[in-house]
Design a protein around this ligand. Sequence first.
Ligand code: NAP
Length: 299
Amino acid sequence: MLTGLNIALIGGDARQLEVIRKLVELDAKIFLVGFDQLDHAFTGAKKAKIEELNFSEIDAMILPVSGTSLDGQIETVFSNEKIVLTEEILASTPEYCRIYSGISNQYLDDLVSKTNRTLVQLFERDDVAIYNSIPTVEGTIMMVIQHTDFTIHSSTVAVLGLGRVGMSVARAFHHLGAKVKVGARKTKDIARITEMGLTPFHLQNLEEEVKDLDVCINTIPHPILTAKVISKMPPHTLIVDLASKPGGTDFRYAEKRGIKALLAPGLPGIVAPKTAGQILANVLSQLLLEELAHRKESC
Ligand code: NAP
């Protein structure tokens, strides 16, 4: 149980509701900042404005998946309030206070480094990334169905990258009956793709491999689908770019060439906010329980 733990949950979207639900269940005391327009009331969770919080009593701070913007703003869909995470706020928390977010950026990195606090980026964890790949795959299938006039079954699909998302996407499209080939750069990945019963190719040969594609799904956060590569694709090819912004596609060139290319960020939060929230809630509660046990041991 998280009895006695004071947690500030600042901003976020529908996924945070699952986090609140779980932490309340574990008896933590939650302060909700940026939730003034949320109709639902959680027993054990108190809405507050950021300036009203006594951060010296906060044991852990939970930010939205996006962390902060590059100027420190915290996004929230349940408030119109402008919420900014400042150095002053972090410095006023106890030294052991951990900050949890999905991802980070230069602003947040600088802030935790200046204040000597620990930032935990949940999306860097393999378990979170793998669980999250499940709703990501479902969202990708939805996008491909919405933007094509042919079946996934029997179509030729390339998946670029065999990371945590690439592997799940490739497997799912294979099971839907697509002819799946996967591009990677490591020999161990080429071996794994072969073992999965899919067709491997080295990314060096990408220009050659895109010539017969119906769908190209990119998971590589690096400019990989360049103008030169796109120029080799059949005109009907659909590109779905899953890599984090700005993606790995030359969207300007794709548009010029008349190839439909979609950047599709944040699919888990769009297609399955409840599941995506539960994934975060489970990992967060486990981490907070471990942290609390560790603190009790060292007292
Ligand atoms: P990951 O496990 O790190 O996999 C990344 C893949 O990209 C690996 O196969 C990696 O190969 C390859 N790669 C990276 N840089 C490369 C380069 N310069 N050249 C060739 N290959 C390169 O990451 P992930 O968890 O699968 O996530 C992939 C991307 O999807 C990330 O940008 C993530 O933020 C995003 N994402 C999007 C959604 C969504 O809803 N759209 C959901 C979840 C994740 P090596 O091992 O050879 O480096």
